[in-house]
Ligand binder design. Structure first.
Ligand code: NAG
Ligand code: NAG
Length: 315
């Protein structure tokens, strides 16, 4: 699993089964958060066909997992709509801008096809703000005041590694991420017995270390916002059998050799809660649940910095 997560909040937050703690939620990111934004794009990074969504109530929605993704577990009972289809008052409780294959760098993921880069997700958020101003027909100051109570979650950077820097013809400019033994990378690089591809993880860790000081600077420079960093390396380390996961180096679904994503309409494994990976890139619902739970309520001191989401939203 790979990801960079920053959570930004100026108030409170939510998780399933808990009382709603923030009035609105905005998700920016890649396939780990995408809940349908790629469905109408021309790209191979799509998940709106079976067996994706096999454990999700609405079936294949464009979520890159068998069931709920991390954004779903962090979110409200009813998920916030994807930007692609959000209409009218839907947007008051938030919007999901995430796009599979997208990166921080504009060109990351280009070989997969269309995707909505971080910059363009931010432009889409600007559109949402314009719509909120019309919808709430309020003074801009009160809309901005409302937005300061929202939680923003950003989960991005994997594709700047996997689908850019680590590609045979990568462009320069290193960006970030975490990673732990993606089946796709394990198939591409020798690991000398390690469950992970160490050189990738080392590169990623370099970035993450710098990210931590960036969080400090942002918190100092932007006192009206609070930033936290979720350490996926920490969350995904430890013995997965504790949560019942027995297979960490192979996907549950039958993957296409070309894309590493699930091949359409093939029967996946039935013991999905025993697998860490759903396809070659994306965690199963159970792992998404654990990641979201620990991001919210850290079990190790290294899981979140400087605080976890629970503490962030209490402040
Ligand atoms: C993330 O957690 C790991 C422990 O699992 C730790 O070694 C690493 O330094 C942490 N990274 C950051 C950027 O805090
Ligand atoms: C946070 O996790 C601990 C166990 O690590 C648990 O005892 C506690 O009830 C949890 N708190 C919340 C608010 O979920």
């Amino acid at each position: 699993m790979t990801s960079l997560s920053i959570f930004l909040s100026l108030a409170m937050k939510p998780i399933h089964g808990q009382q709603q703690q923030v009035p609105c939620l905005f998700f920016l990111g890649d396939s780990q958060f995408d809940n349908g934004n790629n469905n109408l794009l021309l790209t191979s990074a799509k998940a709106n066909y079976p067996p994706y969504g096999i454990d999700y109530a609405d079936g294949a929605t464009g979520r890159f997992s068998n069931g709920r993704n991390i954004a779903d577990y962090l979110g409200f009972e009813k998920p916030v709509p994807p930007f692609a289809t959000a209409r009218g008052s839907d947007i008051i409780k938030g919007v999901n801008y995430a796009s599979g294959g997208a990166g921080i760098l504009e060109e990351s993921g280009i070989q997969l096809g269309d995707r909505i880069s971080l910059d363009r997700q931010l432009l889409n958020h600007r559109l949402t703000i314009t719509r909120l101003l019309l919808l709430l027909s309020k003074q801009s100051s009160s809309v901005y005041d409302y937005l300061t109570k929202c939680l923003y979650a950003v989960n991005m950077g994997s594709n700047d590694y996997i689908n850019n820097y680590l590609m045979p013809h990568f462009t320069q400019l290193v960006v970030y991420t975490h990673q732990t033994g993606l089946p796709q990378e394990l198939a591409m690089y020798p690991t000398n017995g390690s469950p992970c591809v160490d050189f990738i993880n080392n590169d990623v860790e370099l970035f993450n270390d710098r990210l931590k000081s960036l969080i400090d600077s942002l918190n100092t420079d932007l006192p009206n916002a609070q930033f936290i960093y979720i350490n996926i390396t920490s969350i995904s380390s430890g013995d997965p059998s504790v949560i019942g996961i027995r297979v960490v180096n192979a996907p549950c679904c039958v993957v296409s050799r070309r894309t590493g994503q699930c091949a359409p309409n093939q029967v996946p494994c039935s013991n999905r809660n025993e697998y860490a990976f759903w396809d070659n890139f994306h965690p199963t619902e159970i792992l998404n649940h654990v990641t979201a739970s620990r991001a919210y309520n850290a079990t190790e001191p290294t899981d979140a910095y400087p605080v976890d989401i629970r503490r962030l939203v209490q402040q």
